[in-house]
Design a protein around this ligand. Structure first.
Ligand code: NZQ
Ligand code: ZN
Length: 385
């Protein structure tokens, strides 16, 4: 177990009706709020009206229309509003895209240059406005992490940046707000949660506590995602998924480990160029990456995964057991309605070399759990066709 610091200060308000605590919690940060949201789901569900009524003592400004795989233009637009109006804090209502965009706005509002500078060099991030969240989809963990991922269509880049300054101050996690998430997004969110856990789990550092948490989170998602798809308003299923999404990426499952991720950096290249849903891209890549890295060096970890997550009996033939775990992962994603090939997205091999170069460079994949170079990433992408 490596040394680590664990200081995650987000005030989590979990459960039905927890929005009612927002006015009291937000008062501490000022009166002028920038309310941010996506393509309009919060207006259809009535959440927008409920929040506006609840926050009628505050002065509310708005930025809607934040796209999935949020774009730098929205960050610039939000930062301009913050600067012009003297905004005190940002209230992000939505999923990872709205939250990430809001974190970037919070930083850009305190930065004199262009917002993209912050993504290119995190040293430019020195201050940020406070961000609060009302989460509407279980997926990214952005509600309790210090990361934001922003796309730039002009340069074809999708870059992450991180700082404790980006950690949300308050997050309302009301599972009822996820009843209306469409099936494909529910399934993609489940795949994203699983991928965060898998990226943390497959690591060279022996770490029993984080891996006990990781295995439990994976079993939870495997049990609850199908139930939430079958019964979208099943409170318990939605609640377990929501809390799993938050715990998957708040640092608990990576504490003491190397944080040596792989699939996310490859997927970010796919969603940067083809604007696909992040979790669905991960559902394609993850089993292919697993098959690619299975070797004498990794087989024992895969056996733990197959036995402790999927419940397969330990047996003499380690490779048979390891492959059972990988097959189960692939079959599970398919069973919840996710694609298993890039071809299903209409993606061919035209940009594989470019994507591989960027993924290896941006993700430092030479330090991944199994180090990957550009040729490895191209091979994984080809296996995914
Ligand atoms: O935009 P609206 O109209 O709200 O619709 C959204 C969007 O179309 C819809 N939706 C969300 N909640 C809903 C709902 N529809 C009906 N009812 C509701 N309650 O779902 C669609 C997807 O929303 P989005 O916010 O894009 O999803 P997600 O939470 O999966 O976020 C994905 C983004 O987060 C980044 C991804 O790369 C991607 O850009 N990530 C952020 C991370 C982080 N900050 O730590 C880590 C992740 O690995 C990931 O990279
Ligand atoms: Zn993710």
């Amino acid at each position: 177990m490596k040394n680590f610091e664990f200081c995650v200060t987000t005030d989590i308000l979990f459960g039905a009706g927890q929005e009612s605590q927002l006015p009291e919690k937000l008062k501490a940060y000022g009166r002028k709020i920038l309310l941010t949201y996506g393509g309009g789901s919060i207006k259809k569900t009535g959440l927008y009206d409920r929040l506006k009524a609840l926050l009628n003592d505050f002065e509310i400004f708005e930025l809607g229309g934040i796209a999935p795989n949020p774009k730098i233009e929205s960050v610039r637009e939000g930062a301009a509003i913050c600067k012009k109006e003297g905004i005190d804090m940002i209230l992000a209502v939505g999923g990872g895209s709205t939250i990430d965009c809001s974190k970037a706005i919070a930083a850009a509002a305190c930065h004199d240059g262009d917002a993209w500078d912050l993504l290119l060099d995190m040293n430019n991030l020195t201050r940020a406005l406070p961000v609060a969240v009302v989460l509407t989809i279980a997926a990214t963990g952005s509600e309790m992490d210090a990361v934001a991922v922003i796309s730039n269509d002009e340069t074809g880049e999708k870059l992450p940046f991180f700082s404790p300054l980006l950690l949300p101050k308050v997050a309302v996690l009301n599972p009822e707000n996820t009843y209306t998430v469409p099936p494909f997004q529910t399934a993609s969110g489940a795949a994203d949660i699983m991928s965060h856990v898998i990226e943390n789990y497959f690591d060279r550092e022996p770490a029993l506590v984080p891996d006990a948490i990781n295995e439990g989170l994976l079993r939870t998602v495997i049990a609850c995602a199908p139930l939430a798809l079958e019964q979208p308003s099943n409170y318990e299923a939605r609640a377990q998924l929501m809390w799993a999404s938050t715990l998957a990426l708040n640092g608990l499952g990576s504490a003491g480990k190397n944080f040596a991720w792989s699939c996310h950096y490859i997927e970010h290249e796919l969603s940067a160029l083809y604007d696909i849903t992040h979790g669905a891209g991960l559902a394609v890549l993850t089993p292919k990456w697993m098959r690619y890295i299975l070797s004498d060096d990794t087989v024992d970890k895969f056996c733990d995964y197959a036995a402790n997550v999927w419940g397969f009996r330990r047996e003499e033939d380690k490779y048979a057991l390891a492959n059972r775990g990988i097959d189960a992962t692939e079959a599970f994603f398919k069973s919840i309605g996710l694609p298993s090939t890039l071809t299903e997205f209409g993606i061919d091999d035209a940009m594989f070399e470019t994507m591989a170069e960027k993924a290896v460079r941006i993700g430092s994949l030479s330090n991944a759990y199994v180090p990957l170079d550009e040729r490895d990433v191209v091979r994984i992408l080809r296996m995914s066709l």
